[in-house]
Write a protein that binds this ligand. Sequence first.
Ligand code: CS2
Length: 475
Amino acid sequence: MPNKPLTRKAPAPNPGIVHLGLGAFFRAHGAIYTQQAMAKAGGDWGIIGVSLKSPTTRDALQPQGAVYHALELAPDGAELLLVTSLNAVLVAPEDPSAVLAAMADPAVKIVSLTVTEKGYCHHPANGALDRNHPDIIHDLTQDSPQSSIGYLTRALALRKAAGIPPFTVLCCDNLPHNGQLLRGLVLEFAQSLDPDLARWIADNGAFPSTMVDRIVPATTDETRAEVARLTGFADAASVVHEPYRQWVMEDNFVGAARPAWDQVGAELVRDVAPFEDMKLRMLNASHSALSYLGYVAGHHTITNVMADPVFDAYAQRLWAREIIPHLTPPEGVSLENYAMALRARFKNPAIQHRTWQIAMDGSQKLPQRLLGTLRAARKKGAEDGGLILAVAGWMRYTADLDEAGDAIELRDPMADALRAAHSGMDGAEAVARILGIEAIFDPSLADDIRAAVTDAYLALSRDGVRKSLEAYLAT
Ligand code: CS2
């Protein structure tokens, strides 16, 4: 029997949120929390989703009334949810003024974002606005924006002009102090447009920091086929995710206006920093380390990497001896238990999370995931061989070929600079050149780790990943 077309049965909820960056992560995380919060406590919190680049998600969602299935995959079974919290989907480049109008609508109280690290047009090493970024150059001179910073600031200007309060800006990307960081970027951009606007945003705006967590691999044809098999519907926009989820946010919203996320499992706290440090430096750090080293060694998914005892032991030692000692746990949380839970999540055989996907955009991820911990370890003269291997593993991944001799598909906004660093260079020279990229490495840290990273890089290139990990584990 052919699959039925998916349609919306009940009316879409009235909008209260605009979300920039309608990828699989938000559809499997924030959109579900919001749906549950509306079901529990009511409120007009329908979400206008905005794709900043491509029409693909809109083209998938629109014909089915912006509803889709989320498939939760546990080691021992699957569970389906029909997600109905989206109100509409816009594609920014097709009609920037429609996006600005939605953001300037007084009914909209929150603009949330998952635009990935590189979507903030900032310098990863120090968080400053990248004024040479083509989108920022464009957005400072043209009314119709391209970047998320441009959209936020121009929409806030419209609200100021209309005499309505700003929306709360809710950053949901894996960046340290993400709210504070985004506030700084928006204020810097606004200052260049109009200092009065910058002052108004500083005085009236809110940029709560958040920690978001759920493993959401990219949807594939196989997962779409599985959703069709389970539901009987052809759903072009389904997402898959693990059972675990966490959302911790600073309780700082303009006019205290927000969905009752706290009634459906989100934690509203005064200080997000310990949660975000724990997540970025444990989950994301090991995710990146395992992805670079695993990818080069020929492992396609995190589950496969973790099924290899050498990688499993590497991850455990990294958490226990090189990361946890430099963290302050959130109150009541055991970091050892958190590590054990991570290990189980990474081993979930139902989740096919590709190392290639996680390895993407390393230049934007390294500082907050690995380099902060490395700096702390160096300062104390603490053990850091696993962190060094992770950094060297990333550099190895930016070289041409993996260990099987296949071309590495490097995806990174700095790919050209990284490739150039390797071109015609021997290993030590390539490492020195990459460590010289100041947008990633602060120069004093680069000097401090040069010798160790060079040794690790040469060992990885000469002996291979597995042998290098074995040698590390033997020390
Ligand atoms: C991953 C994250 O792709 C990546 O870089 O480390 O997307 C990770 O799966 C999430 O942060 C989990 O919450």
